[in-house]
Design a protein around this ligand. Sequence first.
Ligand SMILES: Nc1nc2c(c(=O)[nH]1)N[C@H]1C(S)=C(S)[C@@H](COP(=O)(O)OP(=O)(O)OC[C@H]3O[C@@H](n4cnc5c(=O)[nH]c(N)nc54)[C@H](O)[C@@H]3O)O[C@H]1N2
Ligand SMILES: Nc1nc2c(c(=O)[nH]1)N[C@H]1C(S)=C(S)[C@@H](COP(=O)(O)OP(=O)(O)OC[C@H]3O[C@@H](n4cnc5c(=O)[nH]c(N)nc54)[C@H](O)[C@@H]3O)O[C@H]1N2
Ligand SMILES: [Mo]
Length: 673
Amino acid sequence: MGVTVKTTCPRDCYDSCGMLVTRKSDGTLRVAGDPDHPVARGALCAKCGVAYNGVFQDREARLTTALRRSGPKGSGQFEATSLEDAIDTVADRLSGLIETRGPADILAMCYSGTMSLLASGFPMRFVNAIGASEVDYGTICNRSGVIAWELLYGSAQHGFDPRTARDSSCILVWGANPAHSAPHAHRHWLGEAPGKVIVVDPVRTRTAADADLHLQPRPGTDAALAFGLLHALEALGAFDDAFIAEHVVGADELSQSIAAMSPAKASVVTGVAEADILEAARWYAAGPALVWCGQGLQRQARGGNIMRAVGLLPALTGNVGKPGAGFYYLNDVASRFGIDADWLEGATLRRESGRTVGALDLATELADPQGFGAFLVWNTNPVASAADSRALKAALSRDNLFVVSIDLFLTDTARYADIVLPAASFLEFDDITAGYFNLALGAQSQAAEPPGDALPNQEIFRKLAKAMALDEPALFETDPVLIEALLEQAGYAGGFAALREAGEWRLGDEPDIAFAELRFDTPSGRIEVASAEAESMGLPRVPDAGVDAPPADGRLRLLSPASEWRLNDSYANDPRLMRRASTAEITLNPADAGRLGIESGQTVSVSNALGELELTAIVSDVVLPGTAMSYKGRWPQLEPGGDNLNLLYDGAKNDLGESSAVHGIEVSVAPVG
Ligand SMILES: Nc1nc2c(c(=O)[nH]1)N[C@H]1C(S)=C(S)[C@@H](COP(=O)(O)OP(=O)(O)OC[C@H]3O[C@@H](n4cnc5c(=O)[nH]c(N)nc54)[C@H](O)[C@@H]3O)O[C@H]1N2
Ligand SMILES: Nc1nc2c(c(=O)[nH]1)N[C@H]1C(S)=C(S)[C@@H](COP(=O)(O)OP(=O)(O)OC[C@H]3O[C@@H](n4cnc5c(=O)[nH]c(N)nc54)[C@H](O)[C@@H]3O)O[C@H]1N2
Ligand SMILES: [Mo]
């Protein structure tokens, strides 16, 4: 065994685990959880443990050279080419478009592949400097939740410090499934929290099964549940009138809707037993109490309103600004440490505004023959993850669209590229991680050389800038210079050498209390449960208790949440994980399965106006009647029919921020044969 380095997982995950990476005598790496890391505690989650020791190190699966398309788009026919030639081709094409049609003709898209600071932030300097158009990637994930919490509290990214759970008597987990999406937080943080755990989820997830109380509403009915809880909390005397008077704007405008939604009525509307609503209210009322609002929750047709309704609980009960109280949606950890993201991303380099395109409009936008001339995509695989995947494939096939994909693997998106550039994995370069749950910066330390010609995103963009003869010095700053500058912004003594040694740096020894000063970055400086800003956006001033109608005509509401065996669509090509989740499944309630004549293990057709998929049925009462579930994250090219379930999502947006409503799609299910 050779040297061991400490590094940190940069995936799009709440956990941000510390890892130990040891080089074995055969040159391969052993990647394991760091026993000294407070989150990892010596273990990786199953998916990362397998993939980092598997497909991430598999030279056959990894891209090791640049590729130039040699067959029709989507055919997967490429020839290897030198990195220099490939970069020159891209540079010529982009420079030509900038000259003839302007930089807005180039559409850039990136998201969550590697989220460490340089790998995700530095490429934006290039995008800003050339003035390209951008995909607003948040629209595919959490944009409306972000806006909802901003309307209320002035920030969506200033959640509670997880360490404050020790002071809390109740944690309300609403529409999140950490058993899948944050396995370490589920096992250790939630598992060891002294308070009661309540989970609100239409699915009896493992998180829900492990909780003290599971409220199981019909999908899209959460706002009524929130108002029912508020009604019960008021009746218990749990509203904090002094807090409301001083720190909340517009509480009186909610009185009628709260009064109208008795727990008995909420029970009828949501399907949750009245006694459970009352029990949940008592536990939350005991306080101090925390609310963790999942990101999946906003992906409902009225997800923005739901978020705003759930956000009323801390405000009206005064569960803000003190130990053990608060809400969490996301934490902008980098800014909590004083890191200047605008500097890293080169915001001031932008001279031309470019266009912003919603992720759900991607297929439509790229299909337009008069539209974009180039599509530059890295750190994301939209053919697997975005809406209307068949239309997107057709749009990417357009003759006069030049597509460049940068990835570790030949993804479904890369298959439509004219030029594919090979990216290094996080194990192959230094960086800094700043997750979105725990308040810590982590060292991402290089443990191996990238295979072949693969390079970190930031180096690829430096080469591209050079080939395009751009002269902005900020485009060429080196990784060591950037890393030291970021640590200096954060005030970390000792620089990267010290962080590499320590593995991570927590924000203080005691929990950081969010909003301790009770000042909010809203127009009024207070919590705005009634919001003029919302009104100016064409939204109701206050959230309401409205719910979605259940699907008609025997159709089922299809939820597609995070899988235990995938990280978004990453790892879908790992052979061992493919065996763990070999066929795409759909879970159906016994009542629906009985009505449709379906048994567990049977192949079923799942369809709507967009098309049809064949999936394997699992019959289980973990889902409610009228609801079906199939996990996201499969690679279309590895499925028998060549599609994953985003074939069935037309890109319908929810009520706030042009954001995803993917958990609102409806399908018909029938036995095959
Ligand atoms: N049906 C359905 N669809 C969904 C969702 C859902 O709930 N249901 N959820 C949505 C959500 S929340 C999200 S965030 C999106 C995420 O969707 P994606 O952004 O597509 O998913 P990821 O797996 O995070 O990232 C993808 C790609 O980044 C590549 N990558 C990893 N590291 C690097 C690197 O260092 N450099 C480069 N260049 N590439 C790298 C990976 O190989 C992978 O191909 O999916 C959305 N799609
Ligand atoms: N293993 C794994 N971890 C991941 C990811 C992954 O793909 N796999 N993805 C990462 C990303 S990008 C994100 S955004 C997060 C997402 O992780 P989470 O925030 O946990 O979100 P989801 O998995 O989309 O959905 C969470 C839960 O919301 C429930 N839900 C759906 N509709 C409703 C509703 O109407 N009401 C209520 N109350 N609940 C509802 C679903 O049943 C699901 O159990 O996870 C991250 N972590
Ligand atoms: Mo996401």
